[in-house]
Design a protein around this ligand. Structure first.
Ligand code: 26V
Length: 800
């Protein structure tokens, strides 16, 4: 049993370690060191302590022959790691003082670290929170992903329009990874199938090597650390010597270039499957390397492959790694000679699958020609799996292989012993919609695990003022047991305490205002309500509903400029997929609206709009602690869970939101009176879509909406190109699939309720603080405990 103690490190020890790394790891004398040198030296000094707990954890897991959890994900949106490490090791004061003694500023050094943006949004960030919670809970686990050279693109604006630039996080020195040239697997693609003597052999036509890079992920108090293992593609045969000798240098370098494309870039689209061969190659590359690695570790510790499900739990983060089903069956059957049925049973015993979206366009499916061309044996095995499932369930009507497609959702369901949704509502909708038939056949298989977020990053580290106040009030037990935030409730009844809570929020808002003034050149009123919507740009998330309501508010303010308006700063951030034209138009519209409103002398002090470029984890950490109002306004039934919604509530923002995803559960926890609810329910949405001209009717019934739309249509925000947004207005007034018009009136009503509540600070602060006190359930520690119990049958190796 591992009884680890967090490192006791003095400021002097840490200072000496920093200087030692500066000199001997980076060859730099302190007098000549730049910011990046200091940041790297501090990172290495911290990393040494993380590595100690990492070795201890790995040793414990090996000695105990522990069951390991393997989290397979095409995305890990981890952000910065230095502060995470320092905070979890409890070395904030020492690091600050050690740097000060060396003439360096702690915050400046930390801010030098680039974000590792190896993910698109919610799904990737969830994977990162899960890794941290797995370590905090002492559950032996590995995250497996791809070491993309380029993460999610960098966003800037030109004339209000989104411009994408490649993201190059690996050009800077990266402190956290350990290259593992010995952990190398040869991955095959394409080629032929040979059947001889009852055996099937796959002879791939092309090979690429997968090389491992390990990043330790340390948990709270450094008691445990797990591994994030990312695979990088290298040419198996890097250099075409005959071509070189012919003098064809470009051809000689080709194998290397081709192989590397596999881990070159993260696909920047969280909705539409582009059917691109490279994406499927990436998926198989990850899966094949991970399974090789998992089996190698299993073989080292155990001899009977039939025991695999007792020792190995593999979680598929959405269908992206779904080819793990056929690949594991192929290895067990073709390579290890188990009967097909048994191979399938063993694979199913190991595998489980999380669904993260019901949007039809995001449900992966591959044409069989593409799939079979790249993975001929896996296509055969998918058919065998499908047939076996049919035979066992003769009443089944849908096939995972209909329409010459391979449907990855169905395949994942059939190959998994548990399938989970990510919020209570989403899980029920899964049962009723995409997986209704499979759910009828396997009523035990679907379970819910409502998402959560790590409180270490999303409260303790990002909001030191609030977390300091909390710890002063109830001690620091909440950091590892977030539901203890409930103990704040008595303090919330104390006016003096509420003032301190408010002072923390106000100081966060001042910090943000200063930062925006410096970075964006826009100065905002820190006493205004900070109204924040930050997430990927998508029609279902309805950033256009928010901006329409803002336009209507501006128009009303201009009608009565001297009325008692609640000042608002409306903040947006989020990236649009490069190919998603409508989402990009919404960005431009928001920027155009901002230009007009911010320049309006009549309303400029009461209503400001700002779209902050290049949304990422670090920007979220800056914005969330400063928010008063959290916009969670998706069309009901479309947002599987949301996790930003949890971060805001935890940091003492009020939510304005629909009954969608985890909003439903947040409202239950914080209390209906502390949540601004509006809009249709998921079943209302289904009904409303059947109403003829639903949008036109809604517009006719609400003059505010009609006027706001008219301003968009008439070029009020695009005077240089009057019809720039005609199609946006037409969309909302026409098909309006996401029901912006139909929810507008209710949204306006709820927004004015928020305004009124904000004008009464005593009430508002109380409500905001209750949001913090009652959001403890949304810790990813709770979520991971749920997976460990209900899905993985995994345990903790910490004894505290
Ligand atoms: C699909 C694709 C398709 C092709 C290329 C790249 C790509 C990347 C991602 C996706 C699916 C993304 C699904 C997703 O992110 N869902 C979000 O998951 C969050 C965590 O469970 C949840 O909070 C959000 O509500 C949900 O939208």
């Amino acid at each position: 049993m591992n009884i680890a103690t967090p490192p006791q490190v003095s400021t002097n020890t840490l200072r000496d370690a920093i200087v030692r790394h500066l000199c001997y790891s980076f060859g730099r004398e302190p007098d000549f060191a730049g910011l990046e040198d200091w940041r790297m030296a501090l990172s290495y000094a911290i990393r040494d302590h993380i590595a100690d707990s990492w070795f201890r954890a790995a040793g414990t897991a090996r000695r105990e022959g522990a069951k390991r959890v393997y989290y397979l994900s095409m995305e890990f949106l981890i952000g910065r790691l230095l502060e995470d490490g320092i905070v979890n090791l409890g070395l904030v004061d020492q690091a600050r003082e050690a740097l000060a003694a060396l003439g360096q500023d702690y915050d400046t050094v930390l801010a030098d670290e680039p974000d590792a943006a190896l993910g698109n949004g919610g799904l990737g960030r969830l994977a990162a929170c899960f890794l941290e919670s797995l370590s905090t809970l002492g559950c032996p686990a590995y995250g497996y992903g791809i070491r993309y050279e380029h993460g999610l693109f960098r966003q800037s604006f030109q004339g209000g329009r989104q411009i994408e630039a490649p993201e190059t996080w690996l050009l800077q020195r990266h402190a956290w990874e350990f290259e593992r040239p010995e952990a190398l697997f040869r991955i095959g693609f394409g080629g032929e199938i040979e059947e001889t003597g009852g055996k099937v052999l796959w002879h791939p036509a092309e090979h690429v090597d997968a090389e491992a890079y390990d990043t330790p992920i340390v948990g709270w108090q450094g008691k445990w650390a797990n591994t994030l293992r990312l695979w990088s593609a290298k040419a198996s045969d890097p250099f075409d010597l005959p071509a070189f000798n012919r003098g064809d240098f470009a051809a000689a370098a080709q194998p290397e270039a081709l192989a590397r494309t596999i881990s070159r870039v993260l696909y920047p689209d969280d909705t539409t499957e582009q059917g691109r061969e490279l994406r499927l190659k990436q998926e198989f590359f990850l899966v094949a390397a991970a399974l090789r690695d998992i089996l190698a570790r299993f073989d080292k510790e155990h001899s009977d492959i039939r025991k695999l499900p007792e020792k190995v739990a593999i979680q598929l983060n959405d269908t992206h790694p779904a080819v793990a089903g056929p690949e594991l069956v192929r290895i067990l059957h073709d390579e290890r000679s188990l009967p097909f049925e048994e191979a399938m049973e063993i694979a199913r015993g190991c595998l489980s699958y999380t669904n993260h979206t019901l949007l039809p366009e995001a449900l992966e499916s591959w044409g069989e020609d593409l799939f079979g061309g790249l993975l001929p044996r896996h296509l055969q095995i998918a058919d065998l799996i499908d047939n076996a499932h049919y035979e066992a369930n003769p009443s089944r009507t849908q096939s995972m292989r209909a329409d010459h497609q391979v449907k990855m959702g169905q395949l994942s369901f059939v190959m998994a012993h548990k399938v989970n949704g990510v919020s209570a509502l989403h899980t029920e909708l899964m049962k009723e919609t995409v997986f209704s038939e499979l759910h009828r056949l396997h009523p035990e298989r679907i379970v819910n695990q409502t998402n959560g977020v790590t409180p270490r990053r999303w409260l303790l580290a990002c909001n030191p003022r609030l977390s300091g106040l909390i710890t002063e009030t109830i001690g620091d037990g909440w950091v590892a047991d977030l539901e203890r935030l409930r103990e704040l409730e008595p303090a919330i009844e104390d006016a003096a305490w509420r003032e301190r809570f408010d002072a923390a929020k106000r100081a966060n808002k001042v910090d943000l205002s200063n930062w925006m003034a410096a970075e964006q050149g826009v100065s905002v009123n820190p006493d205004a309500m900070f109204d924040v919507q930050i997430k990927r740009m998508h029609e279902y998330k309805r950033q256009h509903l928010n901006i329409l309501e803002t336009i209507a508010l501006w128009q009303e303010m201009k009608d009565a400029p001297n009325a008692d308006w609640t000042p608002r700063v409306v903040l947006f951030a989020g990236k649009a997929a490069p190919g998603y034209a409508f989402a990009k138009d919404i960005i431009r519209l928001i920027n155009d609206v901002a230009a007009v409103l911010n320049a309006d002398p009549e309303t400029g002090d009461k209503l400001q709009v700002l779209f902050l470029p290049n949304y990422n984890v670090t920007l979220a950490e800056r914005l969330i602690p400063a928010a008063d109002l959290s916009e969670q306004i998706s069309t009901a039934g479309k947002e599987a869970s949301g996790t930003g919604n949890m971060k805001f509530a935890l940091n003492g923002a009020m939510t304005i939101g629909t009954l969608d995803g985890a909003n439903v559960e947040i409202r239950e926890h914080v209390g209906a009176e502390n949540f601004f609810l509006f809009g249709m329910t998921a079943s209302d949405v289904t009904e409303r879509r059947k109403v003829e001209s639903h949008a036109a009717k809604a517009i006719e019934a609400d003059p505010r909406l009609a006027r706001a739309l008219q301003a968009v249509r008439g070029g009020t925000f695009s005077p240089d190109e009057v019809d720039r947004y005609t199609h946006v207005a037409d969309n909302i007034a026409g098909a309006d699939y996401f029901l912006v018009a139909s929810d507008f009136t209710e949204y306006w009503r709820a927004s004015r309720e928020a305004d009124a509540a904000f004008r009464d600070p005593a009430t508002w602060i109380r409500k905001a603080a209750l949001n913090t006190a009652r959001s403890g359930w949304f810790s990813s520690d709770r979520t991971i405990r749920g997976y460990m119990q209900d899905i993985w049958a995994a345990r903790s190796y910490l004894s505290d």
